[in-house]
Design a protein around this ligand. Structure first.
Ligand code: SF4
Length: 281
């Protein structure tokens, strides 16, 4: 079990504005989920969130937008936000998560101080058309390839509990391995009543085994991160994720759902005698 745990905080710098139809995503405008919707979060609010994350031990700070991909306007906004955060919290490792991106766009982000790009494959190539019909899985894979070409650090993972088979999970993990990511965020579907998808059928033991399988099948990844759905999936047993291979978690709130208090996670790590990573390996 890794003794150092990497903490990452995510910030939805816009929210609930996406026209795509990903069936697991409450940020799609199609499902009318009861979530906050805005085009741009005020920069002062973002800076405050960045400082809070840093003061609680987060090393990573991820700027997330809810759209299929980067428009010129979004790209400029992410760059502006990155440069403002760098001024007040240069210790934070800035991550962008803005959907599909071209190599040129990624190079612009890199110049603005972004160090890593997160774009998830979500599930297997075969299962993907059942959860999204407005863009193909191949576009997701291609964006990840662009990230590798750009020299940014690649963060890519997926989501379990969408109704996929074990073969789909293995296929997704093989695809992730082929991209050689530095970090693999795994999410567990958090059902929202506005979404058509059935609730996540996984039980805790199955979910723990999926963390172990991810670690085994993407062995070169420096970090296996348990991201969205951690509290709902594991509840009082979430301390067990580290013994199964996780060495990174999202600190604080998720994109559209609340996480635990940051202090609760820090207490959990302390009680397990795990240390908060102070630098990126
Ligand atoms: S593209 Fe991203 S933000 Fe848009 S619906 Fe799909 S998962 Fe949600």
């Amino acid at each position: 079990m890794d003794k150092e745990i990497f903490l990452c905080s995510i910030c939805n710098i816009n929210s609930g504005t996406c026209n795509e139809d990903c069936k697991f995503c409450s940020q799609s405008v199609r499902y009318k989920a009861n979530i906050p919707r805005y085009k741009q979060k005020p920069i002062d609010t973002i800076l405050q969130e960045a400082l809070t994350a840093r003061d609680n031990g987060a090393l990573g700070f991820c700027l997330v937008t809810a759209d299929k991909g980067l428009t010129d306007k979004t790209l400029q906004f992410v760059c502006d936000v990155a440069s403002e955060i760098t001024k007040v919290a240069p210790e934070l490792r800035l991550i962008a998560c803005n959907g599909t991106a071209t190599l040129e766009q990624l190079l612009v982000l890199k110049d603005a101080g972004i160090k890593a790009y997160n774009h998830n494959l979500e599930t297997s190539r075969d299962f993907y058309p059942q959860i999204c019909t407005t863009h193909p899985w191949d576009e997701r894979y291609e964006t990840c390839q662009n990230v590798n070409k750009s020299g940014l650090v690649l963060i890519t993972g997926g989501i379990f509990g969408l109704g996929e088979t074990q073969e789909d999970r293995i296929s997704m993990l093989e695809a992730l391995h082929s991209l050689n990511p530095t970090s693999v965020p795994i999410n567990f579907y958090h059902h929202n009543e506005a979404l058509e998808l059935e609730p996540n059928p996984l039980n805790i033991d199955e979910a723990l085994e999926l963390i172990k399988l991810t670690r085994k099948m993407v062995p070169n990844a420096q970090r296996i991160m348990v991201a969205g759905g951690r509290d709902l999936m594991f509840g009082a047993r979430q301390h067990e994720i580290f013994a199964y291979g996780a060495n990174s978690i999202v600190l604080g709130n998720y994109l559209t759902t609340s996480g635990r208090m940051m202090s609760q996670d820090l207490e959990m790590l302390e009680s397990l005698e795990l240390e908060v990573a102070k630098k990126v390996q």
